[in-house]
Write a protein that binds this ligand. Structure first.
Ligand code: SF4
Length: 369
């Protein structure tokens, strides 16, 4: 049977962080319940449509799934388990914000079937957390991480943000030291991007942000320190202890199928990409928007080059029945002196320096001219 991933979007947050442009907003308990009823109906309907696939990764993202509380999260997961064919070793993740996670019953969540948690730590420095608009302190985050570990969760991820205003090398080291000392298996470290329409966007002129060169230095510093702690980089922004790479997220970069339910959730099935718009009413009306066909060789290459393992030529040949174009290899060779890529007989991959300008490199390689 074909495999697919399932993404469930929870579009609620207790407040909006200053950097965030995800589709989420503050809502009351009534709205939570209305949404969950609609979500469960959608899960049941889609479960019937996709009975011919085994779901081997489930990911509750947001927004703030933990804001729903244990009972609601378990109710949704039960609906998923009943509606879809779930692999016995499925990776089942929910995202948690330390602020709302302190009220969770981690034992109950584990018993229901969740086996991985992704905590939004972002920083272990309280001044940076404040600047980011986070509602928790580092100490509060530590308490909920330990509570989840005591309940038996042994596959945890922490999100960190690089290049936060006021961040120094020392404060970043403090965040990475903190994350490693919590004994988590996975760390995502994203460079802060000022997104349009966010509170940061409105005051970006007054934010003390690093220059491009400083950003590169901070990124390379983080990659090295994470490696020292045993978190191997496997994607531009993702690091894991061996065997703890996010299986759900790897699916995106391997260009494999996934179904997304909830406003703003994207899907890639049967060669088609489609999504629910950023509007809960559109989800209630079950209106999806067709985005494009997907899964062609350029898209595959673009996604693979985000990964540390890069583009494997044999796998490419097996998938598309052709060799990687000579033109692309020639262009890649021209980037060797600047140490932006590594090229061998078997593969092409970006270096850490290359990851910093990955969009430009990939656009250059795929440009037909
Ligand atoms: S908790 Fe997460 S989704 Fe919600 S506003 Fe903050 S960053 Fe965005």
């Amino acid at each position: 049977m074909k495999k697919m991933g399932l993404y469930i979007h929870i579009p609620f947050c207790k407040s909006k962080c200053n950097y965030c442009n995800f589709y989420s907003y503050c809502a009351d308990e009534n709205e939570y319940n209305t949404y969950i009823d609609a979500l469960i109906s959608s899960i049941i309907a889609h479960g019937k449509t996709y009975r011919n696939r085994t779901v081997d990764t489930v990911y509750f993202g947001g927004g703030t799934p933990s804001a729903l509380g244990t009972d609601r999260l378990n109710r949704i997961l039960h609906a998923v388990i009943n509606a879809f064919v779930i692999a016995s070793d499925a990776e089942i993740t929910f995202e948690a914000n330390p602020t709302s996670a302190d009220a969770l019953d981690f034992v109950g969540l584990k018993e229901a079937g969740f086996n991985r948690i992704s905590f939004g730590l972002q920083s272990a420095n309280d001044n940076e957390l404040k600047i980011l608009g986070r509602r928790h302190t580092a100490e509060e985050a530590k308490e909920v991480i330990y509570a989840s570990q005591n309940a038996g969760f042994d596959n945890l991820s922490l999100d960190l943000i690089l290049c936060v205003p006021e961040q120094t090398k020392e404060s970043l080291k403090n965040s990475i030291d903190f994350a490693a000392s919590c004994g988590v298996q996975h760390i995502s470290a994203y460079i802060l991007k000022i997104e349009e329409g966010t509170p940061f966007d409105k005051i970006k002129g007054s934010l003390s942000l690093p220059t491009d060169d400083e950003q590169s230095e901070i990124y390379e510093y983080a990659v090295n320190l994470l490696e020292e702690y045993g978190y191997a980089q496997y994607e531009i922004s993702n690091f894991a202890k061996p065997g703890f790479e996010s299986r759900h997220n790897l699916r995106y970069w391997y260009d494999e199928e996934y179904l997304g339910l909830g406003p703003s959730a994207h899907s890639f099935i049967d060669g088609k990409r489609f999504y629910y718009p950023d509007d809960i009413k559109e989800f209630y009306a079950n209106n999806t928007v067709f985005e494009s066909t997907g899964g062609d060789s350029d898209e595959y290459m673009m996604l693979r080059l985000r990964l540390k393992e890069g583009l494997n030529f044999q796998q490419y040949r097996e998938r598309f029945g052709k060799n990687v174009d000579d033109r692309i290899i020639r262009k890649a060779s021209s980037l060797l002196p600047e140490q932006l890529v590594e090229l061998s007989d078997d593969s092409l991959r970006l270096t850490v320096k290359g990851f910093l300008v990955s969009n430009a490199i990939i656009a250059y390689l795929l440009d037909n001219t």
